[in-house]
Design a protein around this ligand. Structure first.
Ligand code: FO1
Length: 325
């Protein structure tokens, strides 16, 4: 912490861990406030899948599309104003088409696959996609190697997208694991960014299937224990704004709440943010030996995203330097 105190606000390095829509929204707010030199966004790739021979990285793309302004804000995935002619043609050819790839979205997966096949790593390819979309901030896939999320459910072991999209998150989860239980490696760029981070921000993403895949990579959780970490709850009033986080907590035997998220992260998070509607949970969260604050966390537009990000950054700065920005 002494090292942080000697740095000025514009010298601090931040890493945001993100996956899914909630994560992309906070990353968007952070990117609007911090220059690319100060913010790196590390994104879950456990959701990645092959589609008609193409490499699809849904969480990486949600961040790319959100920061570039391409995102379909209604569905929370894919490209705004997309059409589904290709999908219609596949359906006419009797091809399984439960995963709805739009025509514009398809271009991203085609280019990604082409660049991967040319020998670039997923990190290099993502940087190239970001550059072509006009994004200056580093967006790092958590790993260059496949590290698929698998869910053991009452309907057997399912790939993430089969559980999430094809089965509408209906199967009951017993256990979540990755890469057939074989440990994965974060990319060198991710490890470097985490090593240099003064503050790691856990975005309001699903703890089990968006953040845990990143944490489960070799050495990452240990590294985070040595860094200052803060998190924003993805659970508000016992519910997730989007996705199965609350259902997953229940199925894993925990009542979903902001407190449950704080408890889940308590071994390495020292500053936790709840939504202002969850102030009643703050006292119990403080007992987990972490600082806790209530802020508005519903972020439909860039205005709210910047406000939430700004409150979090100010709070970090105040807590650990004693100075207000
Ligand atoms: N989510 C859906 O609920 N239905 C879909 O058909 C679907 C297609 C899709 C295509 C590309 C892409 O990047 C994301 C897509 N998603 C779809 C979202 C995706 O399943 C989830 O956003 C994440 O994997 C969970 O964070």
């Amino acid at each position: 912490m002494n090292e942080i105190k000697r740095k000025s606000a514009d010298q601090l390095n931040y890493v945001a861990l993100a996956g899914g829509v909630g994560g992309a929204k906070l990353a968007h707010g952070l990117a609007a406030l911090l220059p690319p030199e100060q913010l790196t966004i590390v994104v879950n790739t456990g959701d990645d899948m092959q589609y008609m021979g193409l490499q699809v990285c849904p969480d990486v793309d949600t961040v790319l599309y959100t920061l570039s302004g391409w995102a379909n804000t209604q569905s929370g995935w894919g490209v705004a104003g997309d059409t589904f002619n290709n999908l219609g043609a596949l359906a006419a050819l009797d091809v399984d088409h439960w995963f709805r790839i739009g025509d514009k979205d398809l271009a991203t997966h085609m280019l990604r696959t082409l660049l991967l096949e040319s020998g670039l790593t997923l990190t290099q390819v993502t940087a190239e996609l970001a550059r072509r979309m006009g994004i200056a901030h580093p967006i790092l896939p958590m790993s260059d190697a496949p590290y698929p999320t698998l869910l053991e459910t009452n309907q057997g072991v399912l790939d993430f997208q089969v559980y999430f999209v094809k089965n509408h998150c209906e199967p009951v989860i017993k256990r979540i694991f990755w890469n057939d239980g074989k440990e994965g490696q974060a990319s060198p760029q991710v490890m470097l960014a985490l090593n240099e981070a003064d503050c790691v921000i856990l975005c309001p993403s699903n703890p089990f299937v968006s953040i845990d895949p990143i944490l489960s990579l070799k050495g990452v959780r240990d590294l985070l224990r040595e860094r200052f970490c803060m998190a924003l709850s993805p659970i508000i009033q016992g519910k997730a704004l989007k996705g199965p986080a609350a259902k997953m907590f229940s199925e894993l035997g925990v009542v979903p709440s902001a407190h449950a998220v704080a408890d889940y992260y308590k071994d390495f998070v020292s500053l936790f943010f709840v939504d202002e509607l969850d102030q009643a949970e703050m006292a119990a969260i403080a007992e987990l030996d972490m600082a806790v604050e209530a802020i508005p966390s519903i972020m439909p537009t860039l205005k709210e995203r910047k406000q939430t990000a700004s409150l979090m950054l100010d709070s970090f700065f105040q807590h650990f330097t004693g100075v207000s920005t």
